[in-house]
Design a protein around this ligand. Sequence first.
Ligand SMILES: Cc1cc2nc3c(=O)[nH]c(=O)nc-3n(C[C@H](O)[C@H](O)[C@H](O)COP(=O)(O)OP(=O)(O)OC[C@H]3O[C@@H](n4cnc5c(N)ncnc54)[C@H](O)[C@@H]3O)c2cc1C
Length: 355
Amino acid sequence: MKVLVIGSGIVGLSTALELALAGHSVRVITRNYEEGSSWVAGGMLAPFSEMLMGDLLDFSLLSLDLYDDYVKRLEEVSRVSLFYEGSSAILRLALTPEERESLEEYARKVEEKGFSVVRLTEAEAREAEPHLGKGVEGAYIFEQEGNVDAERLMDALLFAMENLKVKIEVDDIYKVSLKDRAVGAVVGYKKEYHADFYVLAPGAWARSLMDVPVYPNKGQILRAKGVEISRVIFSGRAYIIPKDGYLLVGATSEDAGFDTRVTLEGARTLTSGALDVVPALADAELVSIRTGFRPATPDEKPVFDLGDNYALLTGHYRNGILWAPATAKMVLDYLETSEVSPYFRVFSPSRFASE
Ligand SMILES: Cc1cc2nc3c(=O)[nH]c(=O)nc-3n(C[C@H](O)[C@H](O)[C@H](O)COP(=O)(O)OP(=O)(O)OC[C@H]3O[C@@H](n4cnc5c(N)ncnc54)[C@H](O)[C@@H]3O)c2cc1C
């Protein structure tokens, strides 16, 4: 089948990867390789630390289950080795008694679902991460949580496209011609494109193509060098993520439209949070601060829409790196077996119809 993918973020390229591996003829159109939030993401696979519940947690667990195989497949096709830690990668700190209480309540619910949680006292947390600052009430390790270098993963996806002969073309799509529930064409400034099936994965820009309430949530994220930590340190003040030879410190969450500027306020938020959590970072080298746009929705849930000949995949908000394998598999399963994932119903845009 001829498949056209719009968007070269992790969602579009992961779907292109799975479909190309299954033998479909895939072509990707993107406005800009580098503007996607996927390039700047922290890469935490952290549904428990984010305290997700219900459908969001279930979908996250589905994706976590797929992650080892997804990474293996991608490494094989791209011949790029990913920086990936598949389990117990995150130390979730409680910094106040209230935060400890709500994390404890959450941890008990998670245990009731059969997941294992390791609880650490302040002394144990400090033993695990000697660089921790003062004011730690305790910590949790949720066994299933992982960490992947999102930038390297994106590089690997681009190499995989090349090796699978998936053509990526640059064009700015300004219109998706939709009649009833079928796409007739997608129209770009360079030309008009036709395919048997369309995958629309435009991230935070979805609203300019489809009638969905997706908007950008700006995130600034800092890169530093010079301090070694062994696990992600995740707290309400900041998260600090070890990568191959550097650290990421994240992230701001701003309602600022598509403002790409790094701001002094953003820098202050990131540096003060980081220094509270890991004071030793005071002497670290500040390498860069970058911005990205999380595809956000009013209820912070993704938007999946399956039409007659298209799938719209957007609204991945804070968890697109985590949710990419499960998102791509929904489209693969549909095209291979006609099986419609229940998540197309659960996260359908029809939930916004009355707004
Ligand atoms: C600071 C920060 C930290 C984050 N940390 C994490 C994390 O730790 N873990 C996690 O799971 N998630 C994290 N996220 C969220 C994650 O980055 C996003 O959910 C995910 O990258 C969204 O992927 P996407 O493919 O939908 O969109 P994007 O990566 O934004 O890609 C969209 C693509 O579509 C293209 N496009 C858009 N409109 C058009 C058009 N009209 N024509 C042609 N092309 C178009 C764009 O050029 C772009 O290439 C973070 C996000 C930010 C900003």
